[in-house]
Design a binder for this molecule. Structure first.
Ligand code: URA
Length: 245
């Protein structure tokens, strides 16, 4: 859990978590369907401390409360889903539980991956955290596992690392990127910027074509091997710290 509000009225908390309108959640509360530490809370205006263990202590209609505000998720984004309404196709938000899509503040992706890119995508409802991660000042390294159409030329490391590579239609060179060849047609590339289709365009600039692109690290946080494509999980404090290290 990241920093969210420290306490909220119960009806506000539930309605912000997508359980219904203020009126609807007040009805749930008054009917005794909301328990804290096993006991019904009947007062909608009771102040609830937002603590990391709240979901373990509160139930709504017999089910554990959804994760409280300050939520950070990692998703293994599959190919074919989009991060933005501007692109055609199903959205990554469709991979989350339906009620989570009605939360306020909304859960947003931390930056974007292209529709055809897979791998580690962070999502959060904490706007300040989101900006801290995507801010150019944060200089957070993102590593991509790149599969190419043609064999590597051999000079990619020098070209990408120079800090002089200019992409088409841009007026500022890319910052130096790290490059590591894995095989004839596969490499890891680590970038700290997030320009439009950056990795694909970097390889186009050296006469190649990316056939598969997967992000496997953000900062020192690696995509876990046991998180299947389309699956997500809540990030713990220690994992979140890795993003910044
Ligand atoms: N670079 C790309 O080309 N696409 C992405 O989704 C991310 C980095």
């Amino acid at each position: 859990m990241s920093k969210g509000p420290t306490s909220l009225r119960l009806d506000r908390l539930l309605s912000n978590l997508g359980y219904g309108s203020r009126r609807e959640v007040q009805d749930l509360i008054e009917a005794g369907y909301v328990l804290l530490n096993g006991e019904a809370i009947i007062d909608s205006d009771e102040k609830i401390a937002i603590t990391p263990d709240l979901a373990a202590r509160m139930t709504v209609e017999g089910e554990p409360l959804d994760p409280p505000p300050g939520l950070v998720l990692m998703l293994n984004k599959p190919v074919g889903v989009t991060c933005s309404h501007k692109e055609q196709g199903p959205l990554v938000y469709g991979l989350l539980p339906e009620r989570w899509r009605a939360r306020n503040p909304a859960i947003s992706t931390v930056g974007r991956l292209d529709k055809e890119t897979s791998g580690l995508l962070l999502l959060t409802d904490d706007g300040a955290l989101l900006h801290r991660i995507i801010s150019p000042k944060a200089n957070i390294a993102k590593r991509y596992d790149v599969t190419l159409d043609r064999p590597l030329r051999g000079d990619e490391g020098a070209v990408f690392g120079a800090g002089t590579l200019m992409l088409d239609d841009e007026d500022k060179p890319l910052l130096p990127a790290q490059f590591e060849a894995v095989s004839e047609k596969r490499a890891f590339v680590t970038i700290t910027e997030g320009r439009y289709h950056q990795v694909r365009r970097m390889f186009a600039a050296v006469g190649n074509h990316v056939v598969a692109l997967k992000r496997d690290r953000v900062g020192a946080l690696a995509l876990p091997g046991d998180l299947a494509a389309g699956e997500y999980r809540i990030l713990g404090e220690d994992e979140l710290a890795k993003v910044f290290s």
